[in-house]
Design a protein around this ligand. Sequence first.
Ligand code: MCA
Ligand code: AMP
Length: 499
Amino acid sequence: MPDNHLIDSLTTGLKTTPNKVFAYRAGSPDVTFRALFDGAGRMASALVANGLTVGGRVAVQVEKTVEALQLYLATVMAGGVFLPLNVAYTPKEVAYFLGDATPDILVCDPARKAALSPHAQGARVLTLDAAGQTDFGWHDLPALAPVARGPNDLAAILYTSGTTGRSKGAMLSHRNLASNSQTLKDYWRFTSDDVLIHALPIFHTHGLFVATNVALMAGASIRFMPRFDAEAVIAAMPVSTAMMGVPTFYTRLLADPRLTPELTRAFRLFVSGSAPLLASTHRDWEARTGHRILERYGMTETNMNTSNPYDGDRRAGTVGFPLPGVELRVMRDGQPQPANEIGVIEVRGDNVFQGYWQMPEKTAEELRPDGWFITGDQGFVDDDGYVTIVGREKDMIISGGFNVYPKEVEAVIDAHPAVKESAVIGVPHPDMGEGVVAVVVPAQPGLDQEELQSLVAESLARFKQPRVWHIVEDLPRNTMGKVQKKALRETYRDDFAKQ
Ligand code: MCA
Ligand code: AMP
């Protein structure tokens, strides 16, 4: 079998326990490691038959199914580059990604085919539905032997929005993904005895490269859930050993009286990331279950950077230590800062991406020639070496673990002829961490808020759409004329307080 760097590292379960269950699914048959990889190999043949070339992209906007995971493995097996897209993206948003990434193949939900086909730019459009049914044959094809790929070849491109302008495709190599999963598997002690609750979406780093890759590498099983549903998670808890989630998972579970030490007795690990976990959530979780959540910090461009220790003190409000193999420094005015001084966090290591797809200038702005990546997160390292994130240099909102870039939302609002200008901000939200609020200055009287809402709905995914709107006479500015978002966040901080 030719060496395919990432696939080779993900086949632990296949090599050691092929008949063991990889994915348990409520209401559907279990999937063994053998079935997972055998199907992926067949799907790889189908992708090649449908025009996938080595190094070609496969863009995928589908519901979460085991077949979608097989599509990921199949793409990488065939030497392609996997490009997953949030199911919430509108056809307008997807059109941009297709134009930028020029994939060989687009796989979408059948309900989206008509809307997306005109934007396919020559890509073959295939479908995969929420029940795992495809409009292309693959079950009867011979399994493709993985195409040889080296550590520096690309395995995936994940788009991340920018603080200015267009979304950027973060290019991730086989080494980037394999090395980080290996580090996490070891650091978090995943073994074939683990059963991981998998309720995260698989179109982002957290659900795909952290949860799925780590489980595959450890030969562990997963409880595969199409989405987060507190009921289903609670039902699976007595037979699970680990869960990875965004803070919203934890706050929602805390709201359920059934969460007790008894319910979580089989567990050895709860991991949180993608957004700040409130220290109070950390404390409440320990009080209710006896387990201390392990918080870690990562990015699309870098996979995981830091983690609280497995054995040592998991400190609430911190994101722990740089992972083995990851260097981390705090920079201000071009100088590395000593302990306890705040600055912008930079990281370097095998985890750091290869640059932004076809954007050398953007890459040069954020990735230094000597390998340091400028994260845009502000933080400090304390005397004990724990990293704390205190804010973001980048103007970004994190809602339920999804990132919203205000600039992108403001651009859509400002395009309305009756709008003079707007400011989009994130304010505390009890369920999502932060909620999106728009503050709009009309260009003329009689601005219709509903019209603005439908304009935004046409263009942007639901999670990016402002849930509260304020029509105001003008925006607060500093002496340089810059909009003072901090003041706006203060003014509207209670917008979601009562929800
Ligand atoms: C759904 N809605 C949201 C969000 N999700 N609104 C704001 N923010 C969200 N995140 C909206 C829906 O459009 C809908 O709107 C309403 O909320 C309820 O939808 P529903 O589908 O029921 O919501 P849900 O299924 O309960 O989803 C909430 C969720 C989910 C479980 C928090 O968003 C989620 O799984 N988030 C995880 C995101 C994630 O994996 N991030 C990792 C990124 P309406 O009813 O009004 O139409 S990777 C990353 O950040 C880095 C690398 C890292 O460190 O991990
Ligand atoms: P993304 O662009 O989706 O990869 O989001 C990455 C960003 O999420 C980081 O740059 C941080 O701002 C944020 N993030 C991830 N994990 C954490 C965490 N544990 N605490 C605070 N912020 C986090």
